[in-house]
Design a protein around this ligand. Structure first.
Ligand code: CA
Length: 229
């Protein structure tokens, strides 16, 4: 659930905002002092801050500035004076929105939702970005563990995938079968290095046009394998 911190010293206003936001499904906390509000804003995980300008302990200007130095969560600043709002805008403190009191609670809720959605898209796009390795027609999605060869998806077993990815990420470097075995298979597994040969053969059948003349994974006779660039 999304958490909102209201830093507001007028109890009636804070309670009204809290009621409306809770009805919309948000979890809401209230702090009635600027200094304690800032401490909580920095220490705890909130998804959005509603910040009054005139507060005991520390004013909204300073709070907004300090939040921005550490976090980029949305901050909506509110003030009873239209002039103050203009002043804050001019200062470029990094608040995401400004509202003049009195405002309708439903308008506040609408703005909260809009800022939260925008922020989540921003964050979400970062988290969801998959790690991709692309090399000469081979595309490896490390996050989804999927592989495409010239646009066509091919199925790989777990160890085939690990071996191919390792070689593709370290191209132009010759690895012995022993090195590959110790990197891809866990050290406790009792296998022999012939396992590596078998897996290389299977990978080649999936990625090479002609396995007799490999274009990607070269055999360096008497040494091991190398991914060509
Ligand atoms: Ca106030």
């Amino acid at each position: 659930m999304s958490r909102i911190l209201i830093i507001e010293d007028e109890e009636a206003i804070a309670d009204l905002e809290k009621d409306y936001l809770e009805l919309s499904g948000f979890q809401v906390e209230i702090e009635d002092r600027g200094d304690t509000g800032l401490t909580r804003a920095l220490k705890e995980e909130f998804n959005l801050i509603i910040l009054d300008l005139m507060l005991p302990g520390m004013d909204g200007f300073e709070i907004c500035k300090q939040i921005r130095e550490e976090k980029n969560i949305p901050v909506i600043m509110v003030s009873a004076k239209k002039d103050d709002i203009d002043k804050i805008r001019g200062l470029g403190l990094g608040a995401d929105d400004y509202m003049t009191k009195p405002f309708s609670p439903s308008e506040l809720v609408a703005r909260v939702k809009a800022h939260m959605a925008r922020y989540e898209r921003l964050i979400g796009s970062g988290i969801k970005e998959n790690e991709i390795v692309e090399i000469r027609g081979i595309k490896i999605d490390k996050t989804a563990r999927r592989v495409w060869i010239n646009g066509e998806e091919k199925a790989f077993t777990s160890k085939e995938f690990d071996l191919l990815t390792f070689l593709a990420q370290n191209p132009n470097h010759v690895y012995t079968k022993e090195e590959l075995f110790s990197k891809i298979w866990d050290m406790e597994s009792i296998g022999d290095i012939a396992t590596v040969t078998v897996h290389i053969k299977k990978i080649r059948e999936k990625i090479e046009f002609n396995t007799a003349k490999p274009q990607y994974i070269e055999t360096i006779w008497g040494v091991g394998y190398r991914f060509k660039v």
